[in-house]
Design a protein around this ligand. Sequence first.
Ligand SMILES: [Zn+2]
Length: 481
Amino acid sequence: MTIHRQEIRSQRETRVQVPAPRPGPEPQAAAPPAQSAARPVPIPSPPRTGHRVLVYKQDPSVTELGVRLAFLPFVVLNGPADARVRIELPGVTPVARNVSGDFVFEAGTPEFDCAHTFAVVRQAMAMFERHNGGEPIPFAWNTDGNTEPITVFPHAATGANAFYSRTAQALKFLFFTPQGAPAETVVHTCRSFDIVAHETGHALLDGLKPGWLSAGNPPQTGGLHESFGDLTAIFLALAQPDQADALVALTKGNLHDKSFLADLAEEFGKALGMPAGLRNADNDLKLSEVGNEVHAISQVFTGAVYDVLADVYAFEMNRQRRTKDPALVLIEVASALCGLVFEAIVASPARGARYADVANEMLRISADRGNPAIYRTFIRNRFAVREITTAVTPLDDLMSGQMRMADAGYTGNGQDATEVEPFDERSASLRAEQDRSRCCGTMQMPEYEFVAPERLAERGALEDDDILREDIEALRRAFGK
Ligand SMILES: [Zn+2]
């Protein structure tokens, strides 16, 4: 051991004395033989690209996580900007890297907000690209060779809101002073990891499923959009080892314990008088309790997926507790479930997708992956208990706490069904008009209300004229007389 340390030290000393080889066509040939002899094993050079960024891990109100350094392992230009995302804050951007090539600024400054927002958008994109086989996910306008990036406005305007717009090819984060608070109290939605991840989720899903944002779909399709945003925030938190580790310690590994994970947009929620955040993924809502209100409907789907996450984690912790760190098990379980949901959504219908469609794709893909049968029992149970699907297997074991959580082959009644039916075809969540009144800004954009669903589903850039099409045609008729 001592000898080994000495060797390393001597290698390091040698490295200090010898100038680093210059990048060039033949760096090996240029090195003198004597130096090669002193350093028989080459020291790997560090990756050439990447930048440190200081970010809020949740938001300014979640002090147990606070502000931390994140590493973005790719080239980021001053802006920050890269080929997919650019930040726009008049009078501030482009924000320049510091002498170390990093975007590290004091929290609360506009420069920090630019760097933080860029980092979270980019991390959310990177997470889904990993589940997309490493391939980039196009924005809705990236068709026929169009490579235009999305523009992100961290301080877009005043208001208690944030949104994604295909027309503007933008993510816009607003800021506001909560009612009754002193004027100097300003809540910036861009400082919320959850809100930035949520809106990025809308943008990515609009690229994957361009027809889903249209208000002409059933309420459940709208619910899938809102839920995908919230699930993006949850899975992105669990894709970060420090957050997963903090969560395991905070909850002692029980995902149903109250935590920053299930509480979404904490600071924003508190400012609006909701102490548990804007919404809670760990809820017990059923479809019969939510009517056609899309925001509430979305919580039913998010809650079902969150319960599956907690179930699979409990099963895998039991299976791997002697061989793996609990935080590592959580990171792996969350990543696998994120990939499953992502693939299931991609495989679901282009128009009018229902929760049962996604649940069935999850069951099918889980079986294709060779997951233990109990994974599909969890999926079937959690979607059934929320009245999304019919119960193929009786729910008695689930409801009485008799699930055999450690039995990989457990199905309840011996059937490992991979196809289930919607619980109630006449549910308002499938047949009524979408009520988006309590959704985020994205769902309230006129472009998704007034542009024909067929036009949205086509993909491609949108113009204001697309939104005003009916009015303009009426004017043409009136003025043509
Ligand atoms: Zn939303």
